[in-house]
Structures are given as C-alpha cells and as structure tokens.
Design a binder for this molecule. Structure first.
Ligand code: BG6
Ligand code: MG
Length: 228
C-alpha cells in the first residue's frame, strides 16, 4: 500500500506553541485562583479552548462557579495573551527537522495536511512562512468533537481526498495519538511519555523521511512508498 499523505498536528509538532498555550493558561488561571503546572498541562494538549477551560476549572474545584458568559470572558482573556505571544513567531520558530520533512514529502508527491483544533492555526502557519506547503488544512471552526475524537483527522483526510489507511498522522499529545489511531491512520508520536503510537520519537529532530519510509514499510512490507 502506498503512503498518500502525512497529516500534522501544529502546536508542539511544527512549532513550540504548546508552551505558549501553557504560559497563557497559567496566567489566566492564576487570576481566578487556580494553579496549574506543566504536568497538568499535558491534559490540555490537543483539547479545544473551551474544553481546556472546563478542565482547568474542574482541576481547581471551581467548575460550578462561573457562568457561560464568565467562561467566554476568561477564554477570550487567555486567547488575547496567547495571540500577543504569537508576535514572537518567525520562520526560525519551526521545530528542528520539520522544514526538511515538508520539502521531502512534497518532492515525493506525498500530500501534506494539517489537523489542528486551534482557531489560530492559519495565523501561525503564516507567521512561520509555511502555509503554501500544506495541501489542505482542516478547519478547526467546523470541528464539533475535539481530540481524542478522530473528527479533525478524518476531515483532513477527506479534504486531501486520501483514505486514512494510506496516511500517517503526527502528534505530540496523548489525545492526538488516540484521535489518529481511532481514524484508522498510522500514528507517530513526538515525546517520551506518549502511549499507543505506532512509532514514538523523542523529538522532531529524529523525524525525517527515512524514518517515515522505514515505518511505512514495516507496516506494509510489500508496498512501494512513493506514488507511481
Ligand atoms: C491545540 C492545542 O492545538 O489547540 C491546545 O494543543 C489548544 O492546547 C487548542 O487549547 C485550541 O487552540 P486555540 O488557539 O484555538 O485557543
Ligand atoms: Mg499538539
């Protein structure tokens, strides 16, 4: 079976915005008397803005204390801080190995997709200068179910017109690995603490075409990797 597409998560895979999300949430949570740390933050990766806020409120034992309008205002405050921190992004903010991998995939005719639940994804790809390298970006504003539901990965496959069985997804979040696996795609995890990934790499430094090709051939021993 041929590898038709590779679908990337954004935050924590293409650039280190996962950390910027954490910093913005930590500040806003502190304002409402809730402390969060990096360990707790692992649970927020891949989770939509409002669902992240709900988890933070529950973590602080304050789930019942805020109205829907309060939650909206808190989420907007978090986003304003997060968006302000995005001003620091440049093409140098792309994580190691990613630019080379995107170029290698294009050179081999493997389609490239994005499956991020971030409403800020288009702004970030523009700031990094790599929007044109993506054949299709799933629209986070149309996604009803956040990861670990496979919806956004299936939307990306549909937009690329590829079968999930002929695609690889790449994620740094546990919820993201679950979403990829549930979609029927093969999964690559970035980060030491993830479980369930078909291939687990410590960082994007180890993520390259040779790794992907070897992984795909391991899954599909008799297949050619590149489209004829
Ligand atoms: C995901 C991040 O990519 O996007 C989450 O992993 C974040 O941490 C989510 O909450 C939503 O992002 P945004 O930019 O729409 O608030
Ligand atoms: Mg991520």
């Amino acid at each position: 079976m041929k590898l038709d597409a590779v679908i990337f998560d954004l935050d924590g895979v293409i650039t280190d915005t996962a950390h910027l999300h954490f910093v913005a949430w930590r500040e806003v949570a502190q304002e409402i008397g809730i402390a969060i740390d990096e360990t707790f933050n692992e649970q927020l990766k891949g989770i939509s803005r409002m669902a992240s806020l709900q988890r933070i409120l529950q973590h602080g034992g304050k789930a019942e204390q805020f109205s829907a309008a309060d939650c909206q205002a808190i989420a907007e405050r978090k986003n304003a801080r997060y968006v302000a921190s995005l001003a620091s992004l440049t093409p140098d903010s792309i994580l190691p190995g990613i630019t080379e991998l995107l170029r290698d995939l294009r050179a081999r005719g493997v389609r490239i997709g994005l499956a991020s639940v971030s409403l800020n994804a288009p702004t970030i790809l523009n700031a990094l200068g790599i929007s044109s390298l993506f054949d299709y970006c799933a629209d986070a504003s149309r996604v009803v179910h956040s990861k670990p539901d496979p919806e956004i990965f299936l939307a990306a496959c549909q937009g690329l017109r590829v079968s999930p069985k002929q695609a690889i997804g790449i994620e740094d979040a546990q919820a993201g690995i679950q979403a990829i696996n549930a979609s029927g795609m093969a999964s690559i995890g970035i980060g030491a603490d993830l479980t369930g990934a078909g291939l687990l790499l410590p960082s994007t430094r180890e993520l390259n075409w040779q790794q992907l090709e070897a992984f795909w051939q391991h899954l599909h021993p008799a297949s050619a990797t590149v489209k004829e």
